[in-house]
Design a protein around this ligand. Sequence first.
Ligand code: GCO
Ligand code: CA
Length: 254
Amino acid sequence: MTLFDLTGRTALITGSSGGLGLAMARGLAQSGAQVIIHGRNQDKLEAAREALSTEGHKVLATSFDVTDEAAIEQALEALNDDGIDIDILVNNAGVQLRRPLLEVEIDQWDKVINTNLTSTFLLGRNVARQMIARGKGGKIINIGSLMSSVARPTVGAYTASKGGVRLLTQSMAAEWAEHDIQTNAIGPGYMMTEMTQPLVDDPKFNGWLINRTPAKRWGVPEDLVGTVVYLASPASNYVNGQIIYVDGGMLAVI
Ligand code: GCO
Ligand code: CA
């Protein structure tokens, strides 16, 4: 069993029918894990499942609203009934809202907080309950953002939610480390995905980004694979409550 071998482990990755989530699911599968991918769009989810299966990976698919406690409980129960234990949970599902705070309505605010932060609490709590009941420990990896620690105009709700993810990660570590659960976060920088496509297509923003990033390039989803495999593997068994920024150096440099 090498330090990064995930053979025999099962990983649930939310929001993984495309973008960062699918790249992380593929990376975990390539390291030997059985992956359970998740999404709300059935066509996208099935296409992702087909792709991973065709590549020879052990893959299952599940679909539930990450903001709905009953739906989460039902989905976890169904996996349990199929004898599937979740050893690795990646809380990746998230939405963005680019709108000045003065113009944000409460239902828009709630959608961002519920999808990005509350979902991480609900899934983390329920999976941790199972891990503790099994006495086997496990890995919880919460996907934060550059915005877990810095802000920019027009993404206030998202930033508040991702700042919450960072300190919720530390709170989970504080309470669950003694059960051999390692809870850490990844803070992706500006990665090329559907979510950031409008920014890529904006010559002004794109120019600023390339200039502001020490690596002088956008990240791509595959840039997250090494970090998620590390945090999902025995290599990180004594790492807890940390956030690792995968941002081309942006946060380290003014
Ligand atoms: C934005 C972007 C960022 C990225 C990412 C950066 O509008 O500023 O959407 O928030 O998505 O979160 O880490
Ligand atoms: Ca197992």
